[in-house]
Ligand binder design. Structure first.
Ligand code: SF4
Ligand code: SF4
Ligand code: FES
Length: 235
């Protein structure tokens, strides 16, 4: 199998072609690991768990963002070829390793840090699993921070300051969490030129999320909450 792999750093680089033996049940991460272990030990990439838990192995595979440890080569081969590149919309550290700093900085900008309303001296707040806010917040807690949705987002590509689907989804989770006391502050973090109103609602984020989450739905929720607060409703 012929595999084109992006090599380079500092904004400079080119594709290099490698021949990799095809195997049954081979993942894209298996292919990248084979190249690094058997052909060129200097190939730089990132992974940790190999089982879809850590979110560190995402790359562009034949032009689409994917978690490479759970992506089987047979499912994504195009005319017998495989092209692997670093995640879109992020700076490249080297080869296939994207710099995740801008992605996580936006989580902070979007108010993604939980600020509890109680101290350790207070009684633990009981929250019913049926509470509507809890139900809504639960929908996105399986996010593994892989940035696949971020790489899929055309709005991030055109407006690099846009907070992006994952950070906005996190804001929506906190907005619905009954343990968060200052919901207006969460909403304020996602309002403005970098915020949720920039989303064009075409849903690439939801389509590509490997954990079948729905960042588009979260962004839509934020937009509704913003509209309600604008017209004087409950924030
Ligand atoms: S629906 Fe919105 S957040 Fe999702 S990819 Fe499109 S612009 Fe980005
Ligand atoms: S929402 Fe999905 S695609 Fe986006 S970071 Fe979380 S798990 Fe990855
Ligand atoms: S290596 Fe952990 S999600 Fe792929």
């Amino acid at each position: 199998m012929e595999v084109s792999v992006w090599r380079g750093s500092g904004g400079q680089g080119a594709y290099e072609i490698f021949q990799v033996p095809a195997q049954d049940n081979q993942t894209v991460l298996d292919v990248v690991s084979y190249i690094q272990q058997e052909i060129d030990p200097s190939l730089t990439y990132r992974y940790a768990c190999r089982v879809g838990m850590c979110g560190s192995c995402a790359m562009m595979v034949n032009g689409q963002p994917r978690w490479t440890c759970r992506t089987h080569v047979k499912k994504v081969l195009t005319a017998g070829r495989l092209t692997v590149a670093p995640l879109r919309n992020l700076p490249v550290i080297r080869d296939l390793a994207a710099d995740m700093d801008p992605f996580f900085e936006k989580w902070v900008k979007a108010g993604g840090v939980h600020k509890p309303g109680r101290s350790r001296d207070d009684a633990i707040q009981q929250v019913s699993p049926e509470d509507p806010g809890r139900v809504e917040a639960n929908k996105a807690i399986e996010c593994i921070n892989c940035a696949v949705c971020y790489a899929a987002c055309d709005t991030v590509a055109g407006s690099p300051d846009y907070l992006g689907p994952a950070a906005l989804q996190r804001a929506w989770t906190l907005y619905n969490d009954v343990k968060v006391t200052d919901r207006a502050a969460v909403l304020a973090s996602v309002t403005g030129p970098e915020g949720c109103t920039n989303c064009h609602s075409q849903g690439s984020c939801t389509r590509f999320c490997p954990n079948e989450l729905d960042p588009l739905g979260s962004v839509a929720g934020l937009k509704r909450a913003l509209a309600r607060s604008f017209f004087g409703g409950k924030g």
